[in-house]
Design a protein around this ligand. Structure first.
Ligand SMILES: [Zn+2]
Length: 202
């Protein structure tokens, strides 16, 4: 029992990468985590997991009634946002399908508060949030956030974690390009091992 608890807290790979608390789209990109040994953690792997992930970011109520279809849509947007991040990091053209998917999510529901008109009190602005559109709103908010990140000065600092097999993205601070201290330690250990294994190359 104790060992399991310690394991959970000893896994810094699930701590948010730098920038992921500021940009939910970065957190979305990082919601599938590659671990050494070919293992993956997918925080959106189940409807309940996807619901919890959205709730933690204020994008859905606790019991939003997420179905597998909703979780699939989130995972799909995640892959397209990851593709755009990869293009930005590598300074390559975007995949048209990835651009289309983000723009489709952005425009499917309004992300701006609409003009409403009350018969007695007159005009006001409010965002419509019918429960049938919770997931569409979440997708739109995440797509808008990805668009904001990719066009902001912070995009210059967007980078992929340099510690294989980690697949996370982060906003770089200084020269550090690891998403976590664990990834940094692993990369340094791998370099040290490579030096010992091939001393003739040094
Ligand atoms: Zn990492």
């Amino acid at each position: 029992m104790r060992a399991v608890e310690e394991n959970v807290f000893a896994e810094p790979a699930v701590l948010p990468a730098p920038g992921a608390e500021q940009y939910p789209s970065l957190a979305l990109a990082n919601s599938t985590i590659a671990l050494p040994g070919g293992h993956y953690i997918d925080q959106l792997g189940t409807p309940a997991g996807a619901n919890q992930w959205l709730t933690e970011r204020g994008l859905a109520p606790v019991e939003a009634g997420m179905r597998e279809m909703c979780a699939t849509q989130l995972r799909s947007l995640r892959e397209q946002i990851r593709a755009l991040f990869a293009s930005r990091v590598a300074a390559l053209p975007a995949l048209p399908a990835a651009l289309d998917a983000v723009n489709d999510a952005l425009t499917r529901v309004p992300t701006a508060p609409l003009l409403q008109w009350d018969d007695r009190t007159g005009p006001y602005r409010a965002a419509p949030h019918p429960t049938s559109q919770i997931v569409d709103h979440a997708l739109a908010a995440l797509a808008a956030d990805a668009a904001d990140l990719l066009t902001s000065p912070d995009a210059e600092r967007l980078t992929a974690c340099g510690s294989a097999p980690c697949n996370r993205y982060l906003l770089r601070h200084g020269r550090r390009h690891w998403c976590s201290t664990r990834c940094g330690d692993r990369a340094r250990a791998a370099r040290a091992y490579a030096r010992r294994a091939r001393p003739e190359e040094n």
